[in-house]
Design a protein around this ligand. Structure first.
Ligand SMILES: [Zn+2]
Ligand SMILES: [Zn+2]
Length: 279
């Protein structure tokens, strides 16, 4: 089974990603939690294009599958789990928890280290919050998280089943936690004990800095609760919640070229052309 899944991993991943986005996008279209500010098609094209560049860059920089890294680590007994005799089920559960905790730490580092925040703030630049926001990542951030992902695989030496379950949960968590979904308050309260919900991640995308430094968890919410970064609601309440960065609240601040070029310290082409012809 693991072999068959490994051989068809890329195709199955692509199908699952499309299904997850399609389901959440349909759900938020028919029962949105809040109105959106910018045109949907423009946002999907902008965010999808940035994400596609990141994927292409990743496949060029790391032309290697996770399963290859897992096999190599097993063969050479690299990583903690490859040197322990744990039952597979226990290794899978512990592995998923460790990887999710690693992502929580990575996310906190992205906010805390200025050079990484330059790239991660692109994700926080979206003036709306829905499953298209999940795609809004600077290619450099996608590369950095790719390096950290492979580093975690080598550090822990996880079994393939563990990597598979984690990948599956990660694929579902992205569009789910960014979903513009209206869920009953009682259901949110129950779900937030075991899962990061859209409401919880909505706080993290607030334009208020104190909110942005809350709710870093990706799949399980326990890391925020245990490490003191959990917030049930925005500091100023839900009614005044605005998404994006406080100093980038206009549509012109968050175009494809500005989000791609500015973190690299490069002038966006339109502005460059304007300055060039003005001379
Ligand atoms: Zn963040
Ligand atoms: Zn997000």
């Amino acid at each position: 089974m693991a072999g068959w899944l490994s051989n068809h991993a890329e195709f199955l991943t692509a199908v699952l990603v499309v299904m997850a986005f399609f389901t959440i996008a349909a759900w938020e279209t028919f029962a949105p939690n809040h109105p959106t500010r910018l045109g949907q098609s423009r946002r999907w094209v902008r965010s999808g294009s940035l994400y596609a560049i990141g994927l292409i860059a990743s496949s060029l920089c790391f032309p290697i599958a996770a399963s290859t890294v897992v096999d190599w680590a097993q063969l050479h007994r690299v990583g903690l789990f490859n040197n322990l005799q744990l039952p597979t089920a226990l290794a899978v559960v512990l592995g998923v928890l460790l990887m999710d905790f690693g992502d929580y730490l990575t996310h906190r580092v992205m906010h805390a280290v200025p050079v990484l925040w330059r790239f991660h703030q692109v994700h926080h630049s979206d003036l709306d919050f829905d499953c298209a926001t999940d795609l809004l990542h600077h290619p450099v951030e996608i590369l950095v998280t790719g390096v950290l992902y492979f580093a975690q695989l080598l550090l822990w030496g996880l079994p393939y089943e563990s990597v598979l379950v984690f990948a599956l949960l990660g694929i579902l968590a992205g569009p789910w936690q960014h979903g513009n979904l209206k869920l009953p308050a009682a259901l949110q309260r129950v779900l937030q004990k075991v899962l990061v919900t859209p409401e919880m991640h909505r706080v993290h995308h607030s334009s208020v800095a104190n909110d942005g430094n809350r709710n870093f968890s990706i799949i399980f919410p326990w890391w925020d609760r245990w490490f003191g970064t959990y917030a049930r609601a925005p500091v100023d309440g839900w009614s005044t919640l605005r998404f994006g960065l406080v100093d980038r609240q206009n549509a012109g601040d968050v175009t494809f070229f500005r989000l791609l070029c500015e973190p690299l310290g490069v002038m966006p082409p339109l502005r460059f052309a304007r300055q060039f012809f003005r001379k």
